[in-house]
Design a protein around this ligand. Structure first.
Ligand code: 13P
Length: 279
């Protein structure tokens, strides 16, 4: 059993100068490929169930699936709730067996975000789990714009909530289908000057790979959330598998063809963040 908390994998990453990917999971095929890639790379991995995933599959099923996969390998696997918006949602995840929860209060006024995040931290602590919070709103490509993290507010947020990891808004945007303009290093440094909390970047798909690698080594960013990039690999492989043989109708045979491309793409992500060979 290699089930781990977020703190279990982020603290060594912080000390070692690398980052651990928080991979967005949507079902059995992609999640299994991510865990097998982590095992092949001897790397820790964070399996994330976000709102879309939870709307499709009940939380207890996801917890059991993630935990089952964790038990099948000997690298650390974090079972993480991504973007929980209420304390009840986070509590349900902890009750179901998640080892880490993200409470996203980034749209709330600062005091409210601090108060609600601190309550989730206390809940997670009591369950022996970790908590990630977010300060500064991270927007969506073609959707809501971002509100960059204020360094002073970030320091207060980290201090008063006691989060294990702090997601920040420094030019990152969710759902980008290609590399964007890159992150604002000056803002990252300003945040780091005021707090020593481990940092998280959501919208990792849009961060140019070279910058991802640099930031993993040279900053306190030790978790990159990556979803779109891998969902595109899965979707492309699935489309090809469906079209290549019109007589094939069995979903197991079709889905099998997604494994290799997703497995290989995930391996390059571990390698690029310096996480390979760390477990
Ligand atoms: P991307 O899909 O843009 O990589 O973002 C993933 C994410 O941040 C999930 O929280």
């Amino acid at each position: 059993m290699t089930i781990a908390t977020l703190a279990d994998v982020m603290q060594p990453a912080l000390r070692g100068g690398y980052a651990v990917p928080g991979l967005v999971c949507l079902g059995w095929e992609d999640t299994r490929a991510y865990v097998m890639a982590a095992q092949a790379e001897c790397a820790p991995v964070i399996l994330q169930a976000g709102p879309g995933c939870r709307a499709h599959t009940p939380l207890p099923v996801l917890a059991a699936m993630f935990r089952h996969l964790a038990a099948s390998v000997d690298v650390p696997v974090v079972v993480h709730l991504d973007h929980g918006y209420t304390l009840d949602e986070c509590k349900a995840a902890l009750d179901a067996g998640f080892t880490s929860v993200m409470f996203d209060g980034s749209k709330l006024p600062l005091d409210e975000n601090i108060a609600q995040t601190a309550a989730v931290v206390a809940l997670a602590d009591a369950a022996g789990a970790s908590c990630e919070g977010e300060i500064g709103y991270v927007g969506y490509a073609g959707g809501a714009g971002s509100a960059g993290t204020d360094p002073g507010q970030a320091a207060r947020f980290a201090q008063e909530t006691g989060v294990d990891a702090m997601a920040i808004s420094v030019g990152n945007v969710h759902l980008q289908q290609g590399p964007g303009t890159g992150l604002d290093l000056a803002r990252i440094r300003a945040i780091e000057a005021l707090t020593d909390a481990p940092l998280v970047i959501h919208g990792g798909s849009g961060v140019p790979r070279g910058q991802r690698a640099e930031l993993a080594v040279h900053t306190r960013i030790c978790k990159f959330n990556i979803g779109t990039e891998l969902r595109m690999v899965f979707g492309t492989a699935l489309r090809f598998a469906v079209n290549i043989d019109p007589s094939r109708f069995d979903r197991l045979a079709i889905l099998q063809d997604t494994h290799e491309p997703v497995f290989e793409a995930a391996r390059t992500i571990f390698l690029g963040l310096g996480a390979s060979g760390r477990s």
